[in-house]
Design a protein around this ligand. Structure first.
Ligand code: SUG
Length: 446
């Protein structure tokens, strides 16, 4: 039977903007209030997807959220017709307006945690949308994310969808950004690796001093329970709180895994050797490749700015691994040299390929943030909504769709313009037809 890992990338939505909403995320704060380029952002994302598809990978597309979220604005007391709601919010609280306009659902590593059927007790693929409680603009994503996931993975005989965890910081959950799965082949049961930033019900445990730890141990444990994971094949690791304070707001900013490879910065985890030993023990006979990057070669600052660990490590059809890195890794001399060195080491990673996702990077989202990994067997692969698969024809169709609906530029002041709402709804209504999703957005559901 054919087993694959399929990447589902988030399509960048028409309201992509730089609002500086993510305290603890260096790029988001540095680029706050800059002018964004939504059309270019979406086209860059599509080229990234096409690059992977051309390498022989299975590539899918996840639809963006509808923005602005008018129901949230109304819940916050802004009244009147749609234009009046936007106008009042723009005048009295532009930050709230920009949060309700954020295109942050593009980072689908934060859409959900996914456990493949080989790991779960009922033999189905399990999805739990992330509640993203730590940032207001992201906390309004999970319900529609659940709708989109259910429209993409619809068949209940193979896919199991859970509700997101309770919306409270005790169960703060950021999805696959803090979750990696190790295995020998995608068809084998694997070891699911959850990395958390603090223990919510025990304040005596380590936690960062400056920036928030978005993921709690309790949230990771709840997801593992929901998915029916085997405790002998699950590892929970504390992220090093000091690196969170240096801008590592998700584990996928400091480590990335694929099959039997864990590529990580030496400062990534609080108790590195214990974590590595547990992973290897739970992997049994499959030898792991632990590739550790020392601070002398790449500093935390360089890792955060270049997103060396927000790369995608993918297994090509010929079995070799390639690392997909953002251009910022090429521009940083220490990181470029490190990557040139990495592919000469005796590890499965044999090539590096650079891609341009600068519009997303400027908000702290690299290649790995833009994708949700779903390992599938042949039956499951056949059960996904075929219209969400990136074929050459779909790539052309989506490029045309972006070119006809997206603005070239968007400044924060433009968010007050009610025609942006209309443009966005028209575009997304058409997109649900292109991706054959049915009605997933509140404005479609009435
Ligand atoms: O949650 N940025 C996102 C970036 C998410 C990256 N995802 C992963 N590492 N997997 C965040 O901080 C910035 C929005 C703004 O400032 O306009 C933002 O939401």
């Amino acid at each position: 039977m054919q087993h694959v890992e399929m990447n589902f990338d988030g399509l960048v939505g028409p309201t992509h903007n730089y609002a500086g909403l993510s305290y603890g995320n260096v790029a988001s704060l540095n680029n706050a209030k800059g002018v964004s380029q939504p059309k270019q952002a979406a086209l860059q994302g599509l080229v990234k997807m096409k690059t992977l598809a051309d390498l022989g990978m299975h590539q899918g597309v996840l639809a963006p959220q509808a923005r602005p979220d008018l129901s949230v604005l109304r819940r916050l007391g802004f009244t009147g017709n749609d234009a009046q709601v936007l106008n009042k919010a723009a005048k009295s609280d532009p930050v709230i307006l920009s949060a309700c306009y954020s295109a942050s659902s593009m980072w689908t590593a934060n859409a959900a945690t996914v456990s493949p059927s080989a790991d779960t007790s009922d033999g189905k693929v399990h999805f739990t949308p992330a509640n993203l409680t730590n940032k207001f603009h992201r906390s309004i994503e999970p319900t529609v994310t659940g709708n989109i996931l259910q429209a993409t993975f619809a068949d209940p005989s193979v896919f199991m969808h859970h509700q997101h965890l309770p919306e409270n910081d005790h169960f703060g959950d950021e999805g696959a950004a803090n979750h990696t799965r190790f295995c020998s082949g995608y068809e084998q049961s694997g070891v699911e690796f959850f990395v958390y930033g603090r223990t919510a019900f025990d304040a005596s445990k380590p936690m960062p001093k400056k920036f928030p730890a978005r993921q709690t141990l309790e949230a990771s444990q709840a997801v593992a329970r929901l998915h029916g994971l085997n405790a002998d094949k699950t590892v929970f690791a504390l992220q090093n709180p000091d690196v969170i304070d240096q801008g590592v707001f998700h584990n996928d900013v400091i480590s990335v895994g694929n099959q039997n490879v864990l590529f990580y910065h030496e400062q990534a985890f609080a108790e590195t050797q214990t974590v590595l030993d547990e992973i290897q023990r739970k992997m049994g006979d499959t030898p792991m490749h632990f590739i550790h990057v020392p601070s002398e070669q790449v500093s935390i600052n360089d890792a955060v700015r270049s997103y060396l660990f927000n790369t995608q490590i993918i297994t090509l059809p010929n079995g070799e691994m390639t690392i997909i890195a953002p251009m910022e890794c090429h521009e940083n001399v220490a990181v470029r040299q490190y990557l040139a060195h990495l592919i000469t080491l005796n590890t499965p990673i044999k090539q590096v390929q650079y891609i341009d996702v600068k519009q997303s990077m400027q908000n702290g989202g690299g290649p790995a943030c833009l994708r949700l990994r779903v390992a599938l067997n042949a039956t499951e692969l056949n059960a996904i909504n075929p219209a969400t698969r990136l074929t050459n024809a779909k790539f052309e169709q989506l490029n045309q769709w972006v070119n006809s609906h997206y603005r070239d530029e968007l400044a924060i002041a433009d968010l007050a313009d009610p025609s942006l709402l209309l443009e966005s709804q028209t575009a997304l209504d058409e997109l649900t037809q292109i991706l054959n999703l049915g009605s997933v957005y509140p404005f479609q559901l009435g």
